[in-house]
Design a protein around this ligand. Structure first.
Ligand SMILES: [Zn+2]
Length: 96
């Protein structure tokens, strides 16, 4: 499945940088599939990687387990390419 690679990088960076567990309702992330703004409590990701909203989880995958499978597959590919190193150079613009 195609996903937005730029949004993915931004999510990873934000996930690392913010107190996400104390601020779960703010829509500071974006779904890598539909690009809508989403709060951490209404999404799932692998520590910020391949973050998808709950709507996409059910509309595109049918259930959480299938969505998780996709995230893990993409994660494997991602780590193989070692593109995760690029995430350190992502600049976060607050409020977008
Ligand atoms: Zn979505």
């Amino acid at each position: 499945m195609e996903y937005d690679k730029t949004i993915n990088k931004e999510n990873i960076k934000k996930f690392k940088a913010h107190d996400i567990f104390f601020d779960t309702e703010n829509k500071k992330f974006k779904c890598v599939l539909c690009k809508r703004k989403v709060a951490i409590s209404d999404s799932s990701s692998i520590t910020g990687y391949f973050l998808i909203c709950n709507t996409c989880t059910y509309e595109k995958f049918g259930n959480y387990a299938e969505a998780r499978k996709w995230q893990k597959q993409e994660m494997d590919e991602f780590m193989k390419k070692e593109v995760y190193r690029d995430t350190d150079s992502v600049i976060i613009e607050e409020g977008k």
